[in-house]
Design a protein around this ligand. Sequence first.
Ligand code: SF4
Length: 359
Amino acid sequence: MSAIPVSIGRRMPEARASATLEAHPGAPLIDTHGRVHRDLRISLTDRCSLRCTYCMPEQGNEWLAKTSILTLDEIELIARTAAADGITTFRLTGGEPLLRTDIVEIVRRLAAIKGPDGRPVQIAMTTNGIRLREVLPVLVDAGLGRLNISIDTLRRDRFHELTRRDRLDDVLDGIAAAAASDLRPLKLNAVAMRDVNDDELVDLVEFAIEHDAQMRFIEQMPLDAGHTWDRSRMVTQDEILGTLGRRWELTPVAGRGGAPAAQWLLDGGPHAVGVIASVTAPFCGDCDRLRLTADGQLRNCLFSTTEYDLLPIMRATAGEREREIDGMLRACVRGKLPGHAINDPAFLQPARGMNAIGG
Ligand code: SF4
């Protein structure tokens, strides 16, 4: 195989890795920095029912070709192979995963997968909450175990401005449905943005507590399709904690492991808040995550500018697909850098926008 650049939108594409496939089915996926990978994030579609300004332009992006989108069977085969190699959690993302008409069957098929130890894998989802009230009961019945719902503001006008859609009521409805379900821990995610929603941090935490959920704030990352990220617009972890610390006594929670969010107890607990500070407090040293895009590209980092192409393997009429998938997973892990380089002057923002990478 050789490195073949391919266009994503109008930008210079991510490079396609030239990889020698060395398959070792069943062996753990350990990178050259000793990190063991247990979490595969699967972007099911690049399309979304919202148009968040920090993610994509009003008109949307140049969508991935429908023919390139992985089918239910292909997703299942990749997931089975990954589970045999030690992946224990599959997080379904997008774009918006609930736009997939076969979403319930995807959850059902993946939830039926067992790891080498015979234990079922965990199925988690990150959604914008629209359609959740309608499908949550069947998703839970199919095996969905964990849920993160994105909500950046509680104000209708601001929601409309931020997402370019007047759908706040649908999102609140979805959160109410999730709060009424048994799915726990329930997490709500908000991107903290200067002079946009940084005056709602306390309100969002109180809202989460009312819904028996944990609020997590995300430092805005350079992943927007428009490549307009501006560090000065980012609200840092320290600023977020400064604001919350005026309302609650904050106590750091130990034992983060590979989790993206650092946590703080509020007034000694039981409620806590999380902050995902990829820019000012990177946590790459314990990263256990890999990503699969909707068009079959493996990425070893959110900020990777190189992809490992599974589509030819999935669409080939002959060949040992499980061994080749395993080989590509290993090549992807082998190529993983120690961390992102956001704070490095040479940092190159990925060509793919967040909607086509997945959270
Ligand atoms: S930036 Fe990349 S390496 Fe770092 S935690 Fe995120 S996915 Fe892992």
